[in-house]
Design a protein around this ligand. Structure first.
Ligand SMILES: [Zn+2]
Length: 414
């Protein structure tokens, strides 16, 4: 009985804590101007960190890696230094590295970030860089004024991969595009090149001669992998062989730009592109090659009678939220976004989304606000929480795609 009481108290406490997190999540503050003129980024040293004795080794020689230093504290404890590409920067300390040892052993890895940077991502572990699991063996250890995230992990001569989120590099995204059915382009089609010469991939779905266009985009910000999973599920519902998707594809064309910042993703960056800039603050001044490429691609496509009806830009943040255009402002299909969000809510029992208007007037800074101002597109930002479970993301992406197709088909009848 006592035990039962204890258990229910713990459950109640957990529920209350969870409810508190939900109700106190307010989303981000209004976006203000920052310079988007190219700034230098710190080059990451790549190789095997071999000043850690002759037992345990760390490496960062792969796309998406971020590891800036390793210090051996004792035989089984190592400190990893994780620093951003440049500063000032949003506090999203991305990390990804490999570790192996001569013999099987359990080690502790202490994460050290620059001052005032808080640990954000619970470690994901993999044996092959493809299949990942969230580690349950991370804890916070108090140290002087701060506390550090410390991960306990079993290592062996086989490589263990440790990362902030599952790795989804430009190569992985190309493979995903290649495997998609019912699309009009190859994984090599692009809207232009980054400063480091990477292609910014684009493909389209549906009827290329339709005047009714839609844009789906993602990965302005490199660590936002959970947002990418929602984009995948959304797009897979649009490319499915269902009667609804077939009907939708006859009437509309959807452009998909799933990887706006390939340099940042492959460079293991926290936030910026290789020009050291947050791309989602540059859709007013267009100083960066990635934002210019988006602008010029759309200028070329959305002309004459073509309309850009709707757009989603996928991101990740601390919790699921939608950032919308001020409901007082009227776009191409007034009321479309709130109607759609209600349908998605009804389609996922027990789910109450956070919705916050984040664009009110120019200047635009962000992609979704640029599209609204330029094309009167019903545009929004679709944010997934850093720790939102993958099966829920998939379900949400699918329901979002299906409800979107139903609603836009209905809206276009009038
Ligand atoms: Zn973002």
């Amino acid at each position: 009985m006592k035990r039962k009481l204890f258990f229910s108290t713990v459950v109640l406490f957990a529920l209350a804590a969870n409810a508190q997190v939900k109700s106190t999540f307010k989303g981000q503050d209004p976006i203000t101007a920052v310079s988007t003129v190219t700034r230098p980024v710190q080059k990451q040293w790549k190789g095997v960190f071999d000043k850690t004795g002759d037992e345990v080794f760390f490496g960062n020689n792969f796309a998406g890696a971020r590891l800036n230093g390793v210090v051996k504290i004792d035989e089984t404890t190592f400190s990893v230094l994780i620093t951003p590409e440049n500063t000032p920067i949003n506090g999203s300390p991305w990390y990804a590295f490999k570790v192996w040892s001569k013999t099987n052993k359990e080690i502790k890895i202490r994460f050290d970030y620059p001052q005032n940077v808080k640990h954000r991502y619970n470690a994901k572990i993999s044996n092959d860089g493809k299949k990942w699991e969230a580690s349950q063996n991370g804890t916070f250890v108090k140290r002087e004024k701060d506390s550090n995230y410390v991960l306990t992990v079993k290592v062996s001569k086989d490589t263990t991969w440790i990362a902030a989120q599952e790795l989804k590099t430009s190569k992985d995204i190309k493979e995903w595009i290649s495997a998609l059915k019912n699309k009009n382009n190859t994984a090599e089609t692009s809207i232009g090149l980054t400063a480091e010469g990477r292609k910014i991939p684009v493909f389209s779905i549906g009827n290329t001669s339709s005047k009714n266009k839609i844009l789906i985009s993602g990965r302005n910000h490199p660590p936002e992998v959970t947002g990418h999973y929602a984009l995948e599920a959304f797009i897979e519902s649009l490319t499915a062989d269902t009667p609804l998707a077939k009907k939708f594809r006859k009437k509309f064309e959807v452009y998909v730009i799933p990887l706006l910042n390939p340099d940042g993703v492959d460079g293991g960056f926290w936030r910026h592109n290789s020009g050291g800039i947050d791309l989602n603050r540059d859709y007013n001044d267009f100083n960066q090659p990635e934002t210019k490429a988006v602008r010029d691609f759309l200028k070329n496509e959305i002309k004459g009678e073509n309309k850009l009806l709707f757009s989603i830009d996928f991101h990740s943040t601390h919790d699921d939220i939608y950032y919308t255009v001020d409901p007082e402002l009227k776009g191409n299909i007034p009321g479309f976004v709130p109607n759609w969000l209600n349908k998605v809510k009804d389609g996922i029992p027990g789910y109450t989304p956070h919705v916050k208007p984040l664009y009110f007037k120019p200047p635009t800074f962000t992609l979704f606000s640029y599209l609204f101002e330029t094309y009167k597109t019903e545009a929004l930002v679709f944010e997934i929480g850093d720790s939102t479970p993958k099966d829920f993301i998939k379900k949400k992406g699918e329901v979002s795609g299906e409800e979107f197709m139903k609603l836009i088909l209905e809206s276009s009848k009038n």
